[in-house]
Design a protein around this ligand. Structure first.
Ligand SMILES: *[C@@H]1O[C@H](CO)[C@@H](O)[C@H](O)[C@H]1NC(C)=O
Ligand SMILES: *[C@@H]1O[C@H](CO)[C@@H](O)[C@H](O)[C@H]1NC(C)=O
Ligand SMILES: *[C@@H]1O[C@H](CO)[C@@H](O)[C@H](O)[C@H]1NC(C)=O
Ligand SMILES: *[C@@H]1O[C@H](CO)[C@@H](O)[C@H](O)[C@H]1NC(C)=O
Length: 445
């Protein structure tokens, strides 16, 4: 860690005036993604009392699928037992990465952290700054998150406090991402719903080395219904995922809001937990809308929730003070670089972000009436150059998801998820996976 005085000095310097619009734009030479989609079934690796481990994808592109059963503690314990050393390595690597990023934030080369968090680090150090964040969000977080964390720790030997601290990073760092929902006249099969989640985040960090899909099979309906979290080893917050209710989530971190966002707050539910609650508990789009409207919200985001049972998608302008729900008619921002498209809701990279929104809107218009998984992968996401770390395309009606991850440090080929091969996941099959034999029924925790 750097001497604290450096941070303190930095924090009292006047802020350089923030541009009101995001920088950057997709390259004019962006290439289509012509990789075939990987469609083979996952391969069984091993099982424990409440869990099963599979791998899917070819060679070095393979990633883990972890199924867990039982109660929240059991979910964690099974994952910890199945992944063990790998979970410890992942979380150690994330911790080291966070420390490095803090040091680099000091000389201004890194801008991933929120300013108030840097101030906390200056005042208290990284560990205690994260502990402070945990203590002020705990009462707005389901106790099952803490139970699952304890299970992971008991199953893998990972320090539970480290695991919990790392789960606060969603609130403290900035990402920029893209999403759309497309239905009705925009898709070839009029009754169907297609949804995109493209994650643009740190491809220099350790996440790319540990992609994982975790499929939860709660034994008690009080703990929710089956759902899948698309993330990384040991990561139980949600930013990407799909549930057995044919619902899915998308999320964009907003660094360039307009005045309609109002204020942010630190006192509320971490959004990665809120999104997981949507996957885990909400049976309909209305449930999700109510949850989001009534939550103690925190930072500026755009969220997306789709429900194929209704064939509907909503985008949500989200901050501590605002929760506004958008369809294709009332979508904002209402700017000429973000034109309305019938039966499509979309955002590229950020809220005030003309260059990316323009290209995304253009590609969606080009394929309007024929927005399909294949066209999205080949000619939308790849041309907008969004989703550097992870891309999920959810065919909610067919109950199939397509997932791509950035090049891991041990892999070859193109770097970004939007340039790489997608793996098809038959969610019907994942949600009806048969539990391992001799499964323990009750949590002993
Ligand atoms: C500051 O940034 C440079 C890169 O511009 C980097 O090489 C250097 O290590 C950084 N300094 C610290 C203290 O991290
Ligand atoms: C829809 O897109 C596919 C390519 O994915 C193309 O083969 C097909 O001809 C298109 N259909 C229409 C009606 O444009
Ligand atoms: C997914 O799996 C189910 C059950 O095996 C099967 O009926 C369905 O056709 C599969 N869906 C796709 C799109 O392959
Ligand atoms: C779980 O427990 C219930 C009641 O004790 C029993 O009927 C059921 O068969 C058990 N299920 C499994 C998978 O062990």
């Amino acid at each position: 860690m750097a001497p604290l005085w450096i941070l303190t000095v930095l924090l009292v310097l006047p802020q350089t005036s923030l541009a009101a619009y995001c920088h950057g734009s997709p390259s004019k030479n962006a290439k289509q993604n012509l990789n075939p989609i990987y469609t083979d079934a996952p391969r069984f690796v091993r099982s424990v009392v409440n869990g099963k481990l599979y791998t899917v994808g070819t060679g070095e592109d393979a990633f883990d699928i972890v199924h867990v059963w039982g109660k929240p503690y059991d979910w964690g314990k099974a994952q910890g037992q199945l992944l063990g050393e790998k979970a410890v390595k992942m979380m150690d690597a994330v911790w080291e990465y966070l420390e490095d990023q803090v040091i680099e934030a000091i000389n201004g080369t890194v801008h991933i952290f929120k300013p108030w968090f840097l101030k906390d680090i200056a005042d208290f150090g990284l560990e205690r700054a994260l502990d402070l964040e945990l203590s002020i969000t705990k009462k707005y977080s389901g106790s099952y998150f803490y139970e699952e964390a304890q299970g992971i720790s008991d199953g893998s030997g990972l320090d539970v406090q480290k695991l919990l601290r790392i789960h606060m990073i969603g609130e403290l760092t900035k990402g920029s991402c893209s999403m759309f929902g497309a239905w009705g006249s925009s898709v070839p099969d009029k009754g169907s719903l297609l949804q995109l989640r493209a994650l643009d985040w740190s491809v220099d960090g350790p996440f790319k080395d540990y992609p994982q899909v975790t499929v939860y099979h709660p034994s008690d309906p009080k703990d929710g219904h089956p759902f899948a979290n698309f993330g990384w080893t040991g990561w139980f917050g949600s930013i990407t995922g799909m549930s057995s209710q044919k619902m899915a989530i998308s999320e964009i971190g907003v660094s360039f809001p307009d005045s309609t966002f109002g204020t942010e707050s630190r006192f509320g539910t971490p959004f990665t937990f809120l999104l997981r609650d949507v996957l885990q508990f909400d049976k309909t789009l209305d449930d999700a809308i109510n949850r989001i409207a009534n939550a103690r919200r925190t930072c500026d985001l755009i969220l997306g929730v789709g429900d194929a049972k209704l064939g509907q998608f909503r985008g949500i302008e989200y901050s501590a003070s605002v929760a506004d729900f958008f369809d294709d008619i009332n979508m904002r921002p209402a700017e000429d670089w973000h034109p309305k498209i019938p039966n499509v809701v979309y955002w590229g990279m950020d809220w005030n972000c003309p260059a990316f929104n323009e290209v995304l809107g253009k590609q969606l218009t080009k394929h309007h009436g024929n927005i399909t998984v294949e066209n999205t992968i080949r000619d939308v996401v790849s041309i907008v150059q969004t989703g550097n770390l992870q891309v999920a395309v959810y065919d909610l009606t067919k109950n199939v998801a397509y997932l791509s991850n950035a090049k891991a440090s041990y892999e070859s080929g193109p770097q970004y998820a939007y340039e790489r091969q997608y793996v098809r996941l038959n969610m019907t099959e994942l949600f009806t996976e048969i539990p391992p034999e001799h499964r323990e029924n009750n949590s002993n925790h």
